[in-house]
Write a protein that binds this ligand. Structure first.
Ligand code: IMP
Ligand code: MG
Length: 180
């Protein structure tokens, strides 16, 4: 497949992503064996990853979506988080796993964890496909991480720049002239 011309390089190929997803599912299947899972998919970015991951999880599972906005459409998180769409049901007493596309500053997930903890789930963990450790501004414990990536703006496999490129089947580094 030809690389989209807004990209500088392909960081993670379809094959590489698939093996990361398989690895994460294997850990989750093992850790939650004998339990029921309640999966929270954070829209929009996680929809592709979540669709692939949940199909590899062989446990009884329910899921719901949340939309969390950190205001603004650019490549920087503003630091303020707003719940745009909340869950439709209670998570009290449930084993909750949050599925996120990328952990960047950590502001979105650390805020969300605080909000969800108050609702008294039995357990609450994070599964993120990607992690940018250099960018962290606040502590977040993510139990499941697909891989660490360098501090570059990436798109594809659900991740966007200004709502574009979510449909690319691989993950690539956006050319700087596109967002600078
Ligand atoms: P955080 O609150 O800074 O951790 O931001 C997390 C959210 O920012 C993710 O769910 C993404 O929607 C977005 N984000 C962070 N880094 C990137 C990137 O490199 N490409 C696309 N979206 C990103
Ligand atoms: Mg985004």
């Amino acid at each position: 497949m030809e690389m989209n011309n807004a990209l500088k390089e392909i960081l993670l190929s379809e094959e590489k992503i698939k093996s990361m997803v398989d690895g994460l599912a294997e850990q989750i299947n093992k850790d939650y064996a004998g339990k029921k899972l309640f999966v929270i998919i954070i829209l929009k970015g996680s929809f592709v990853f979540a669709a692939d991951l949940v199909r590899k999880i062989n446990l009884p599972l329910e899921l719901d979506f949340m939309v969390v906005s950190s205001y603004g459409s650019g490549s920087q998180s503003s630091g303020i988080v707003k719940i745009v769409k909340d869950l439709n049901e209670s998570i009290k007493g449930k084993n909750v796993l949050i599925i996120e596309d990328i952990l960047d500053s950590g502001i979105t997930l650390s805020n969300l964890m605080e909000v969800l903890k108050v609702r008294q789930p039995e357990s609450l963990e994070i599964c993120t496909l990607l992690n940018k450790p250099e960018r962290r501004k606040t502590h977040v414990d993510a139990k499941y991480i697909g891989c660490d990536i360098p501090d570059e703006f990436i798109v594809g496999y659900g991740l966007d720049y200004d709502e574009k490129y979510r449909n690319l089947p691989y993950i690539g580094v956006l050319k700087e002239e596109i967002y600078k």
